[in-house]
Design a protein around this ligand. Structure first.
Ligand code: ZN
Length: 202
């Protein structure tokens, strides 16, 4: 996937508790770590969060994000991820309020907006997620204008060549694509087409 042109490996961790599906754990992260220098972006769909966040930091993750409603203590979870040397972020389901950001912007490196309900790959992009991306963009710009720093705005779920530009126009700078790429024989063709769409913005 990196050879085909991806910048980041997004790693979906599901626990059959926070979401009704089961995927992969820190051992798989540790196993893929030596194969690339590309950042590994671990998206934790798990509850509780803290012990697995620490395990993924140890397994070589660069970025660890979690769902705020899955943590008993958001500030502490962000702190333990940062203390382990990783970038930290919060993930927002379509029905989760961005107000969780209000008091933790200084501890956040990434905001991840879900454009599907998490649990399964291959779902369709929920159009009203674009409004949420715009709102997140506004909050990030307002915060960084005053305090500096850099906060990435990532969108996850149903992103394809034919909607990636609209997602970028709404303010996203980082895009997760699963089935859009893995569902095609030639990964590079898809990634090139996505980059061509994004290039039309600049
Ligand atoms: Zn994800």
């Amino acid at each position: 996937m990196i050879a085909a042109g991806a910048d980041i490996i997004h790693f979906d961790v599901m626990d059959n508790h926070y979401v009704p599906n089961l995927t992969i754990g820190p051992m798989v992260c540790e196993a893929i770590r030596p194969h690339s220098n590309a950042p590994i972006d671990v998206h934790l769909m798990v509850k509780p969060v803290d012990s697995l966040a620490a395990a993924f930091a140890k397994a070589g993750a660069d970025i660890i994000t979690f769902h705020p409603e899955a943590s008993e203590h958001i500030d502490r979870t962000l702190g333990l991820i940062k203390d382990a040397g990783c970038k930290a972020g919060l993930v927002f389901n379509p029905a989760t309020s961005l107000s969780y950001l209000d008091h933790v912007m200084d501890k956040i490196d990434m905001v991840l907006i879900m454009s599907v309900n998490p649990g399964f790959g291959g779902q369709k992009f929920i159009p009203h997620a674009l409004d949420k991306v715009r709102e997140a963009r506004r909050r990030i710009d307002e915060y960084t204008a005053r305090h500096g720093g850099e906060i990435w705005l990532e969108v996850d779920g149903g992103i394809k060549t034919d909607n990636i530009r609209a997602v970028a126009e709404a303010g996203a700078d980082t895009f997760v694509a699963g089935s859009a790429i893995y569902g095609q024989a030639d990964y590079k063709t898809v990634i090139d087409a996505m980059r061509a769409e994004l290039a039309q913005l600049r």
